[in-house]
Design a protein around this ligand. Structure first.
Ligand SMILES: Nc1ncnc2c1ncn2[C@@H]1O[C@H](COP(=O)(O)OP(=O)(O)O)[C@@H](O)[C@H]1O
Ligand SMILES: [Mg+2]
Length: 306
């Protein structure tokens, strides 16, 4: 049960209140209520919160039934421990707003968003499929045609976002859903940045944004000049992994991986699997160039080359 009113005197409680400002008694169950229950209270009786679909460092995603429209949604809820941090709330709000402007078959859209009962959430279509991370965990390397379809779809989705001045900055298998038909959907624009804005980034101080293995060398070394070519690099890492079942660079620490990315050339995927078409291998190699100026200029070019 969630108390938006004091259970003792009925006074309205402030969002983060631990004590009632009217009678002074503690707000008992509020903080302990499980997230699914809090989401259910925030969304109201037109929706049923069914179960968890997945979670990342920032949020938990639930399967939700929309009774009125007889459909299923995926609802992303910010982790409640982050809700009190204004920068986190702003980042979450911005993610929803940014994604709401995007409409592309390879980018997961936002249906609506809300903030109530001490939580922030936004709803998306529920995708029937699984993350590329799970798919790779089970199958290691993918069939070449399957990998090509995912690679091209991702590149198309990125090209579309880039044209609208949105850089994703965290392209990796956990942020890619592959639907039943084998098409990819890019999700989690949580660290995305709208380039046309003032250029300020909403990162937690001191935290390296992104995931070391998939990050471009410039992103891993903390450069401020991150543009679409950084996403193109990450796309190359994902393509490399789908085809070979391994990563181009691994290491024991962020610094270690960054150093390797800056000092050595990524191996050719055909050394792992010679039946990979030369054009596909070339497209990936060009994504993985150390110098952003040597990479494909647009994700669209990477897609068309395959
Ligand atoms: N629309 C969706 N349909 C099905 N599963 C989803 C959907 N959105 C997210 N998920 C699952 O939830 C996980 C976390 O979502 P994500 O947006 O990446 O959160 P975070 O910002 O915390 O990383 C994903 O890896 C995926 O497994
Ligand atoms: Mg994620």
């Amino acid at each position: 049960m969630i108390h938006v009113n004091c259970e003792h005197c009925g006074a309205t409680l402030f969002e983060e209140a631990r004590f009632c400002s009217h009678c002074g008694r503690p707000v008992a169950l509020r903080a302990e209520a499980p997230l699914a229950e809090r989401l259910a209270a925030a969304m109201g009786s037109d929706y049923a919160v069914l179960g968890e679909l997945g979670r990342g460092g920032f949020a938990v995603v639930f399967s939700v039934r929309d009774h009125r429209l007889n459909r299923y949604l995926a609802v992303k809820v910010m982790r409640p421990e982050l809700f009190t941090a204004p920068v986190a709330r702003e980042r979450f709000r911005r993610e929803a707003e940014l994604v709401a402007q995007l409409d592309h078959p390879n980018v997961l859209s936002v249906t609506f968003s809300g903030e109530a009962a001490g939580i922030s959430y936004f709803a998306m279509p529920r995708v029937h499929g699984e993350t590329l991370q799970r798919l790779l965990g089970r199958e290691q390397a993918l069939a070449i045609a399957t990998a090509a379809r995912v690679f091209k779809g991702l590149a198309d989705g990125l090209a579309y976002a880039h044209e609208r001045n949105v850089v994703h900055r965290d392209v990796k298998p956990a942020n890619i859903l592959v639907d039943k038909g084998g098409d990819p959907l890019l999700l989690d624009f949580g660290v995305a940045k709208g380039l046309s804005k003032d250029g300020s980034t909403l990162s937690f101080t001191g935290a390296v944004i992104g995931t070391p293995e998939y990050m471009s060398p410039e992103q891993a070394s903390g450069s401020r000049e991150i543009d679409r070519r950084s996403d193109i690099y990450s796309l190359g890492v994902v393509g490399f992994e789908m085809l070979t079942g391994t990563l181009p660079f691994t290491g024991g620490s962020v610094m270690d991986i960054a150093q390797k990315k800056n000092s050595s050339v990524a191996p050719n995927v055909r050394r792992f699997r010679e039946e990979i078409p030369a054009a596909f291998a070339e497209s990936i190699a060009r994504c993985l160039e150390r110098d952003p100026a040597c990479r494909w200029e647009t994700a669209d070019q990477a897609s068309r080359a395959v």
